[in-house]
Write a protein that binds this ligand. Structure first.
Ligand code: ADP
Ligand code: MG
Length: 200
């Protein structure tokens, strides 16, 4: 029996499926370094930033797939799923936190679409603090760091979370890239290209 060491991957993607020529913001050398999984050995984090459709989730999933292939435990959740998991049900929060501390790699996808209330912000702070220098986090966000404070009830907690996340980390900023999702639609003429839209 093949032991699957992950839960909740939304899709199976690898970096072999990734078209670097479409996304110049992603450096193949940087990805090759991450694929060695040294960042997991060193309990470092990876932050993937950029607008929708530029491949943030793809890269996060590909790194998780590689981690599992090499025998690491990995767990994938969106930030919303993470907060819902901690908020709902009868199991004590402490026990659920321990579940989230267990995998060597925790992927938290889609930070930035919803602002966090105080409870959710405190949970995220606790999780990031307790994984700090112990277990890797890959986090994706459509918001640049400067905009993070708007997602939290207080600037101080946003700074405290960022401070711990970034201390030992790699940031891949895909800002300025084009949406791969829309590329297919543009090719089919469903929506105008950026140039066409801009010149009309
Ligand atoms: P994001 O998380 O940044 O919104 P996704 O990673 O979900 O974007 O990418 C959207 C879709 O486009 C996915 O199916 C993904 O596999 C694909 N995709 C994005 N960028 C690339 C790329 N450079 N090469 C191949 N597929 C890509
Ligand atoms: Mg995504």
């Amino acid at each position: 029996m093949v032991k699957t060491r992950l839960a909740h991957l939304p899709s199976h993607k690898t970096m072999a499926d990734f078209d670097y020529s479409f996304q110049p913001g992603v450096d193949p050398k940087q990805i090759a370094e991450l694929l060695t999984l040294r960042f997991i050995e060193h309990a470092e984090n990876v932050l993937l930033l950029g607008p929708p459709g530029v491949g943030k989730t793809h890269v996060a999933v590909a790194l998780a797939v590689e981690a599992i292939a090499k025998g690491y435990t990995a767990y994938f959740v969106t930030l919303q799923q993470l907060i819902d998991y901690l908020a709902e049900g009868n199991e004590p929060v402490g026990a659920k936190m321990r579940v989230l501390l267990r995998p060597k790699l925790l992927v938290i996808d889609e930070m930035g679409y919803l602002p966090l209330d105080r409870q959710a912000a405190n949970w995220l702070f606790e999780l990031v603090s307790r994984r700090y220098e112990k277990g890797s986090i890959i986090l994706t966000s459509n918001k640049s760091y400067g905009d993070w404070s708007s997602l939290f009830p207080e600037v101080a907690i946003a700074s405290a979370i960022l401070d711990r996340l970034l201390h030992h980390s790699t940031t891949i900023n895909i800002r300025g890239g084009q949406s791969y999702r829309l590329k297919e639609k543009r090719r089919g003429g469903v929506i105008p290209t950026v140039d066409q839209a801009g010149s009309s």
